[in-house]
Write a protein that binds this ligand. Sequence first.
Ligand SMILES: [Zn+2]
Length: 175
Amino acid sequence: MNRARQGKVQYVDLEEMAMSLLADELMEFVAISTSMAKSFGFLQSRLKSEFPKDCRKCGKTYKTFEEFYFGTDEIVHGTVNYPTLGAEFYLHRNCKSPCESTLVVVFTDRRDDSPPGCKRRDIFESCLDKLQEKMPIQPTAAREFLLGLLIKKIHLLQKEKPKESVTLLAKPKPG
Ligand SMILES: [Zn+2]
């Protein structure tokens, strides 16, 4: 036994290992989330912010999410934060010119039984299995670790875009 050679496994190495182990799955998960988050119906069904909503700058009232969604301007290089499972996410849009103040709506992701929703959940579960099978990771930590990987993957895919000072995801719920 050569104990001296047993170096500490660094967290970053684990992350890199997991990233390449799950490369295809992470990509597919993010792609599904991205397309879901572009759907008005998906967003409306997960609305957390309350309406009516007033623009604090110009005083305009958006009576419903529909009015907000169709009555505001999309921000170039979009700031929709892609949902992962069970997390909050945000949509930023600008009030109409000349106001152009940025308004934020909050959503809560939840169980989704549409085909893409089921697919996304399956991918998540199979990633968890793979992680626990191939890597020295505690079952209790695996879920949070996986959510961290997904956030990182999203950041990597958004790399070319300008930095936005937005919170990508809410903290995953414990347990
Ligand atoms: Zn306004």
